[in-house]
Design a protein around this ligand. Structure first.
Ligand SMILES: [Zn+2]
Length: 359
């Protein structure tokens, strides 16, 4: 027993002695290296690299900023997805743009740090860079405004405002078929016009008269009370929208409590109703024009929960009793889809069926 303990102590002592001798030999080897020129340079470089991996540099500010911006991004996303109505409208105006600016700043910091400072990549710098890529991707969550009415379409039966085949330039639930989706009040808006072989005009594209939709009668899509009208704006030259006049000549029609239908870009002096008038579905409202912020003659219409244009939230608007071109089946209630690219229209072409009552 005692002999065993002594043997064990001797063994440990000899091991620690061996370790000490090795350490001394190593230190002598390192110190001898320091006196050899090229070896010294190699050693200094190795130390510098190690220090670079360990050290936190001022140029790493973007790594610290990442979790802050990611947290704000998540908080904003969850808040908007809870569809808080008026709060979402207020936030939408500035929070997503501010977030995008912050993400762009982080991405710029990461790239500058990588290119100019010749940053040594470590796992935390690498994962932060991946995190920034994810943040950039998360911006796609802010392309479409989350309206509190998204799952609650209006119960009002709407008919198409134009007779004959109507092409949906923009309309529908996603940004691919409807560019309006980023605007709170226009979330479910439509742009309607008339096409022939995918083209909306024939002749000089700078003349409003060249467009198939120009001057067509616009009829009330639903019965309601005319809340407000605006007239007197001239037609804009196609391709040169008058951004200051926004909706141009327009009518706001109250079709149900807290449901206001905006019909925009009408031709000047063509409005056939006044504020306070009661109109029936199918009644003449005016003629298609190109007033206000309009790139070419068309009818813009959308439903929102406030009477002032560009305020409040958009409400899904479904058309009743229409047929898609080339199909015999009648859609009893639906949302026709838009789509266009490089001046050609490939949205759905729809026509009321049976022909609506014209008042
Ligand atoms: Zn529009």
């Amino acid at each position: 027993m005692v002999r065993g303990l002594i043997r064990s102590w001797l063994t440990r002592t000899s091991r620690s002695e061996t370790a000490r001798v090795t350490a001394v030999r190593d230190s002598q080897r390192w110190s001898s290296l320091e006196w050899k020129g090229p070896s010294l340079v190699r050693l200094t470089d190795a130390h510098a690299r190690l220090d670079s991996r360990r050290a936190f540099r001022a140029s790493d500010w973007w790594v610290v900023g990442l979790p802050v911006v990611a947290g704000l991004d998540l908080a904003l996303y969850l808040t908007l997805q809870s569809r808080p109505g008026a709060l979402a409208v207020r936030l939408w105006g500035w929070a997503p743009p501010a977030l995008m600016a912050a993400i762009a700043l982080l991405a710029g910091g990461a790239l500058t740090s990588a290119l100019r400072s010749k940053t040594t990549w470590t796992w935390f710098r690498g994962s932060a860079f991946v995190g920034i890529c994810l943040l950039v991707w998360s911006v796609s969550a802010y392309l479409t405004y989350p309206s509190s009415y998204d799952d609650r379409p209006s119960a009002v039966p709407f008919q198409l405002p134009l007779t004959g085949p109507v092409t949906v330039a923009w309309g529908g639930p996603t940004h691919r078929v409807n560019y309006h989706v980023a605007s709170p009040s226009e979330r479910w808006a439509y742009d309607l016009l008339v096409t022939s072989d995918g083209r909306s005009y024939q002749g000089d594209p700078l003349e409003v008269q060249s467009y198939h939709a120009y001057g067509r009668e616009v009829r009330a899509p639903a019965a309601g009370l005319v809340h407000a009208v605006h007239d007197g704006d001239p037609d804009a030259v196609p391709g040169q929208p008058d951004r200051h006049r926004r909706a141009g000549n327009h009518i706001v029609l109250e079709v149900a409590p807290r449901e206001y239908l905006l019909i925009a870009h009408l031709k000047a002096s063509s409005l056939a109703v006044q504020a306070g008038d009661k109109v029936g579905a199918g009644q003449l409202l005016g003629l298609v024009g190109n007033s206000g912020n309009s790139s070419e003659p068309h009818v813009h219409l959308h439903l929102q929960d406030t009477p002032i244009p560009d305020t409040g939230e958009g409400i899904p608007l479904l058309f009743t009793s229409y047929r898609l071109q080339g199909q015999s089946a009648v859609v009893s209630r639906g949302m026709p889809l838009g789509g266009q690219r490089r001046g050609r229209f490939f949205g759905q072409i729809v026509e009321s069926f049976p022909r609506p009552v014209i008042l």
